[in-house]
Design a protein around this ligand. Structure first.
Ligand SMILES: *Cc1c(COP(=O)(O)O)cnc(C)c1O
Length: 382
């Protein structure tokens, strides 16, 4: 494989170890150039190629590309029937979009607490949160660990709910040998710059359901019909298509996805080895019980006695980027105004208050990683 292009760190700060960095090389340039030269910048063959390769990788009948993960999740929620008067259960420990999209459909968001080991929705908490108005569940594969789809499917079948899987952090993860995205519910992936593969901005919906895929294809394209008559519109639609330029990035990234996932796995294992025995932090649980995660970020959870802001400040001083990740959504002003308060979801709150994501990307050098490990050991007195 060709070497990646030089780090994008500005020249006046050559020593910073960045939190994340896309892994771009000559292949992306080659395929984007191919699209530019072809003159077909949208709705062309590169888009079809990206969708086909993606469906084959995940193992679903259909993959429909969209302009962002958030747009895709909103579409999947509306075609799942979430709407005004409904309650939709999701995780407070997630990126903003999981809860925001449910609200955008007019539904009320009901949070349920997470499992402290998987960091995904705790099925028992979900079962308790179900009311007569509950319409659906949005499980999130947090940090690349697949949501407990088996337990959630039982709850959903019992109460006649619909599910949409927010798989945006879990491309390539497997559960009991099954690839994430093949659990029989619509699943959504995202290709923002820090994800396992990137198209700059972009997302992908997957399903085995022919009718649902056809509906998605129509809605992302102004609701056009597939009768072959031009400019005939059968559904209310939008334009949330992905361009062929972005798709070219996607194809190049998918080609090297297995290698990038392997590199992420090795770097994670090296962190876990390097941080073993350091007092005051917990490293991520290893894969097991039939689950192989897709490493999205590497994070540590600090003991309560430690001051995370102080640890972060000291790492920043040594040129190491970190981020407190993730925040609890129910404590954000946009959800507090709905009546959510501290203390409602103690597991999510406790982990949100103590987790710290470290620099993590496939082309991270051993030297960069040694610097992070050394700095953290030093700061924590190991
Ligand atoms: C990245 C991410 C998103 C955002 O997807 P976009 O493509 O940026 O819209 C949403 N939810 C989760 C869990 C994510 O990790």
């Amino acid at each position: 494989m060709a070497t990646p292009t030089a780090a994008s760190t500005p020249l006046d700060a050559p020593d910073v170890v960045p939190l994340a960095q896309p892994f771009i090389n000559g292949r992306e340039v080659e395929l984007v150039t191919e699209v530019l030269r072809s003159g077909q910048l949208s709705m062309g063959p590169m888009l079809a190629r990206f969708e086909e390769l993606f469906a084959r990788f995940v193992g679903t009948r259909h993959a429909v590309a969209v302009s962002s993960g958030t747009a895709g999740l909103h579409l999947a929620c509306s075609t799942a029937g979430f709407g005004v008067g409904d309650e939709v259960i999701t995780s407070p420990f997630s990126f903003a979009a999981s809860a925001n999209v449910a609200r955008s459909t007019g539904s009320t968001v009901t949070f349920a607490d997470i499992d402290p080991h998987t960091l995904g929705l705790d099925p028992e908490a979900v079962a308790h949160a179900v009311t007569s108005r509950t319409r659906g569940i949005i499980p999130v594969d947090v940090f690349g660990w697949p949501a407990d789809m088996d337990s959630l499917s039982v709850i959903s079948a019992t109460h006649g709910l619909a599910m949409v899987q927010d798989a945006r952090e879990a491309l390539g993860a497997t559960s009991q040998g099954r690839m994430v995205g093949t659990a029989g519910v619509p699943a959504v992936f995202a290709f923002h710059a820090d994800k396992q593969i990137t198209t700059g901005e972009g997302g992908m919906l997957v399903t085995d359901d022919d009718d649902l895929a056809a509906r998605w294809r129509s809605i992302i394209d102004q609701g056009r019909t597939d009768t072959g008559r031009p400019l005939e519109h059968g559904d209310l639609g939008y334009n949330i298509r992905l361009s062929d330029l972005a798709s070219a990035l996607g194809v190049a990234q998918l080609e090297k996805l297995p290698r990038m996932l392997a590199l992420r796995r090795e770097i994670a294992a090296e962190y876990t080895r390097g941080l073993a025995g350091v007092d005051g932090i917990t490293t991520p649980r290893p894969d097991g019980e039939g689950t192989v995660r897709s490493w999205f970020v590497y994070w540590v959870v600090l003991d309560e006695a430690l001051d995370r802001a102080e640890v972060r400040a000291q790492l920043t001083e040594r040129g190491i980027e970190t981020t407190p990740y993730l925040s609890s959504m129910h404590l954000q002003p946009s959800f507090r105004e709905l009546g959510y308060r501290a203390g409602m979801f103690p597991v999510a709150e406790s982990i949100s208050a103590r987790s710290l994501a470290l620099p993590f990307f496939p082309q991270m050098s051993p030297h960069q990683q040694d610097r992070v490990i050394g700095a953290l050991r030093d700061i924590l007195g190991a």
